[in-house]
Design a protein around this ligand. Structure first.
Ligand SMILES: Nc1nc2c(c(=O)[nH]1)N[C@H]1C(S)=C(S)[C@@H](COP(=O)(O)OP(=O)(O)OC[C@H]3O[C@@H](n4cnc5c(=O)[nH]c(N)nc54)[C@H](O)[C@@H]3O)O[C@H]1N2
Ligand SMILES: Nc1nc2c(c(=O)[nH]1)N[C@H]1C(S)=C(S)[C@@H](COP(=O)(O)OP(=O)(O)OC[C@H]3O[C@@H](n4cnc5c(=O)[nH]c(N)nc54)[C@H](O)[C@@H]3O)O[C@H]1N2
Ligand SMILES: [Mo]
Length: 685
């Protein structure tokens, strides 16, 4: 809720009536006014007048131009590129800046589809986990947050709830007041781990082995729910056979968790009921991330906890919304303009795409709602590509980010205070309209307005380019999804939030129990512990644990023996907010490398020393923080803007473009490095 006085927003508050957030805002959004009214906002369209590179600001690197001029220039450049290289030489690049249904994916998609541009596979965050989860359940559906208060045993699995998902925390606190236990499975001692009852520091990338080890114990001791498995799953026998290969002793060798602890975890999980798992996307940012998710997702089926209020698992709830995305996207326009689907470029492989793709090469990059110069893996290669003088780069942004440093044209973007949108969720089941609270600052435009105007400049005549925000909300809601029945715009304009309609058959009192009676939205209608579609990927149709090639278990560890967790900051949102002084104050000093005392000692490194962290892809200079946050063999660092660091780089200089086993996602947490004391002469680049 935003208070506006004389056209200026003066206060932001949570909605106390919202069943999940209950009036509470996370620390960074509580400072959102600072962001909206920051003196550093990009407020006008701009054109580059100096070479691309760090420190590009209005005045020194950009001159102010009008919107008409900006749109004309973009349209002309795009036309030229289409004429010389074909439309697939144009690459849109967007991700999480806004998650609104309209500004996230609607007019922009229509525009690039109509253009016949290359398609972007938006995989950087969650694609491996989504593929793993869907391979078992069919859709991204899970336990609603409100039910966590009824749980007795809560496992936070690769999930930094206290840091990244604070709205779930009060429900967990409530459960704990009633005696529930919280267990954290995370190689890093997060804020969540620090306040848990039990922290299991697992070796990165070995979660599938731990899940199999738990199943081994559960099956061996007959703690599984044979009825549920027989009625509602396929592949029970194959899974049981597979789990036999993972006795606790073997699992201990792989995961670093003792055999006794594997047994204890399996016992407690199967017998302290109801037990629930909050799996988050941390565990899938690893080479075997799809399989890891698949394995963990099977656990509630094995113990039948889907039948219980406060049981089950939550990775994502987004699969329940079922908006009419086809109406928003209009991918049919691509078929019309190109006669076939355009080539697909994986956003994780931007470095590769900008530097090595031919036929056609990428000649135009159109960035909005993303900061690829900071968030993409293999930063050095990304920057090398962005520097290309023959690459035409447009960036639609709120701030002068790492990416605007390489833009030819910068366009000013609204914040969510300044535009209307339809908001779905991936951690609860409520839909809402977020209303425009204030007029756009300066000459800012929303993503929807930008692409509507650009479509007009390009002479696109299809009616869909005239759609108003309201018409698009209507079409999004016009869906065959029964859970949207009775939810229309009129209602959403009146009610601050609306719960999805779960019907009477699926309801258990006020609770949504998605799989209490099976009914999995898979082809077979059952949970697929054996999956033909996984088999077609060339993977084991049940589960297989394969250690990441970049892990202590692989060959590369001889040269680079430390596993790096290139993590998010607790108080930023990826790189958003990292330039805001009020938010920076909440975050510990940036540029730290967290190390275990034994690893530091072995390298002659003391707390506070400057260190060089390196691998084949690059190097970065950080300050050693020798503490108990990581186990021996693991180091940790945080993501932020590259240009705010002394060496002008960020931790993604070390991460790789290697893709996950399923979903072709990023492997930010399968990275090997070596660390040494920094000597100015030791620089290699
Ligand atoms: N404050 C804050 N909140 C955020 C964000 C933010 O940047 N800051 N980002 C938002 C976004 S985009 C996302 S996707 C979500 C992500 O939220 P989470 O899914 O919680 O994601 P991460 O922080 O990437 O990873 C969670 C934990 O997984 C651990 N981990 C790493 N490797 C492994 C492994 O192999 N196994 C296991 N078990 N754990 C592992 C990490 O140490 C980390 O503590 O958070 C959202 N919320
Ligand atoms: N090392 C490492 N790298 C990571 C991760 C990690 O944990 N470690 N996490 C990965 C994950 S999970 C994710 S989701 C990605 C996130 O990658 P991005 O989505 O690129 O994330 P942000 O850094 O938040 O950048 C979003 C940008 O969009 C801008 N923006 C916000 N709203 C709007 C809008 O309405 N319109 C426009 N045009 N712009 C807007 C913001 O100012 C911001 O600069 O990063 C990934 N990269
Ligand atoms: Mo993400």
């Amino acid at each position: 809720m935003i208070t506006v006085e004389d056209g200026r927003a003066t206060r932001i508050q949570g909605d106390p009536a919202h069943p999940v957030t209950r009036g509470f805002l996370c620390a960074k959004v509580a400072k959102y006014l600072d962001r909206v009214y920051s003196p550093d906002r990009v407020l006008y369209p701009m054109r580059r007048i100096a070479p691309k590179g760090p420190g590009s600001q209005l005045g020194s690197a950009f001159e102010r131009i009008g919107w008409d001029q900006a749109l004309d220039e973009i349209a002309a450049r795009l036309r030229d590129i289409i004429a010389s290289h074909g439309s697939e030489a144009i690459l849109p690049y967007s991700y999480g800046g806004t998650l609104g249904a309209l500004n996230g994916a609607s007019m922009d998609r229509r525009f690039f589809h109509r253009l016949g541009a290359s398609q972007l596979a938006r995989t950087i965050c969650s694609a491996a986990g989504e593929a793993g989860l869907e391979s078992v359940y069919g859709k991204k559906i899970g336990t609603e947050p409100e039910q966590f208060r009824h749980s007795r045993y809560i496992i936070a699995w690769g999930a930094n709830i206290h840091g990244n998902n604070v709205h779930l925390w009060p429900f967990i606190a409530e459960a704990r007041r009633q005696g529930a236990r919280l267990v954290v499975i995370d190689p890093y001692r997060t804020r969540t781990a620090a306040c848990a009852d039990w922290h299991l520091p697992i070796n990165p990338g070995t979660d599938a082995a731990l899940a199999l080890g738990m199943m081994h114990v559960i099956f061996a001791e007959d703690l599984h729910d044979a009825d549920y498995l027989e009625q509602h799953t396929i592949g029970f026998d194959e899974l049981r056979t597979k789990a036999r290969e993972y006795p606790p002793e073997r699992v201990a060798g792989l995961t670093g968790i003792s055999a006794a602890d594997v047994v204890k975890l399996a016992h407690e999980y199967a017998t302290t009921r109801p037990s629930v798992i909050r799996l988050n996307y941390g565990a899938q940012r690893s080479e075997g991330g799809g399989m890891a998710t698949r394995a963990v997702a099977m656990l509630p089926c094995v113990i039948g906890s889907w039948k219980e209020i406060g049981g089950g698992l939550q990775l994502s709830t987004s699969g329940a919304f079922g908006l009419n995305q086809a109406a928003l996207d209009r991918s049919d326009l691509m078929l019309k303009s190109l006669g076939r689907p355009a080539r697909v470029i994986n956003m994780v492989e931007l470095g590769h795409a900008l530097n090595t793709l031919s036929d056609p090469p990428v000649q135009a990059l159109f960035v909005y709602s993303s900061n690829p110069a900071a968030v993409c893996p293999n930063h050095n290669q990304v920057i090398h590509g962005l520097r290309r003088s023959d690459l035409f780069t447009v960036v639609h942004e709120q701030f002068f980010t790492d990416t605007t440093d390489y833009a030819d044209i910068v366009l000013p973007a609204t914040t969510f205070f300044e535009h209307k949108d339809l908001q779905k969720a991936y951690g609860h089941y409520y839909l809402q309209i977020s209303h425009q609270a204030i007029a756009p600052l300066g000459e800012c435009r929303s993503n929807v307005d930008l692409f509507r105007a650009l479509a007009q400049r390009m002479g696109f005549e299809e009616e869909c380019f005239q759609d108003t925000d309201e018409q698009m909300i209507d079409s999004a809601l016009k869906s065959s999804n029964p859970r949207l029945r009775g939810i229309d715009r009129e209602r959403l304009e009146k009610e601050p939030h609306v719960r999805l309609n779960f019907g009477t058959t699926e309801l258990s009192g006020p609770h949504f129990l998605p799989f209490a009676n099976g009914n999995f939205p898979t082809a077979s209608g059952k949970a697929e512990l054996y999956s033909e579609s996984v088999k077609t990927l060339g993977l084991d149709p049940v589960i297989r644990f394969a250690p990441p090639s970049e892990s202590r278990l692989g060959e590369e560890a001889k040269l680079f023996p430390l596993e790096l967790l290139a993590r998010k900051s607790d108080n930023f949102l990826n790189t958003t907010f990292s330039n805001l002084p009020a938010v920076q104050e909440m975050e510990e000093e940036g540029g730290l490398l967290e190390m275990h005392p034994s690893d530091a000692r072995a390298r002659g490194i003391a707390h506070g020393d400057k260190v060089r962290v390196f691998n084949r892809r690059g190097e970065i200079h950080l300050k050693a923080k020798v503490n108990g946050a990581v186990q021996a063999g693991v180091v940790g660092a945080r993501l932020h803007w590259a240009k705010l660091s002394a060496c002008g780089r960020n931790i993604n200089v070390l991460t790789s473009q290697k893709l996950t086993d399923m979903g072709n996602s990023a492997t930010f947490y399968s990275v090997l490095v070596e660390v040494e004391l920094f000597k100015p002469a030791s620089r290699s680049d």
